[in-house]
Design a protein. Structure first.
Length: 148
């Protein structure tokens, strides 16, 4: 499965296909509402003050990742390189949006490294940075207890 020409990692494809990435299967999305799940999500994405998480179906990943194709649309979401908040920025041509931590809080696979790491957008003192949530999607799946 590819999004914007980027091959999704096998572990993500498997969880999309078996429905563990989403509660209702591959055509739906997983939107966490249970307090225990939100707390778990917050432990993986600690810089999100009020998590309202959503993990996208494949179709939603394709739709949302089209957003990256227009520089006018994504210019406010690029972040800036940072040693304090690595990686700090994102390259839209090497990223796939896989969910949101909250409204306007994208979670992406960052293909600048192999395997792609999981990063998310956060506000640090009114400056936007992309920070690492997991070394790869497999680590994210394990941390969020998504395996069936």
């Amino acid at each position: 499965m590819k999004v914007n020409g980027l091959e999704l990692p096998d572990a993500l494809v498997e969880t999309l296909q078996d429905g563990s990435w989403t509660w209702e299967g591959a055509k739906a999305y997983r939107h966490w509402k249970v307090p225990a799940h939100i707390a778990l999500f917050g432990s993986v994405f600690p810089r999100v003050p009020n998590p309202d998480p959503e993990l996208y179906s494949f179709e939603s990943m394709v739709r949302e990742s089209r957003f990256w194709q227009d520089p006018e649309d994504h210019k406010y979401y690029l972040g800036c390189p940072s040693d304090a908040y690595p990686p700090g920025d994102v390259d839209p041509k090497k990223a796939v949006i896989i969910g949101d931590t909250a409204p306007d809080g994208p979670i992406v696979l960052d293909y600048r490294v192999d395997p792609p790491r999981v990063i998310y957008l956060c506000d640090v003192g009114h400056v936007l940075f992309w920070v690492t949530a997991a070394q790869d999607v497999e680590a994210l799946i394990e941390a969020l207890e998504l395996r069936r």
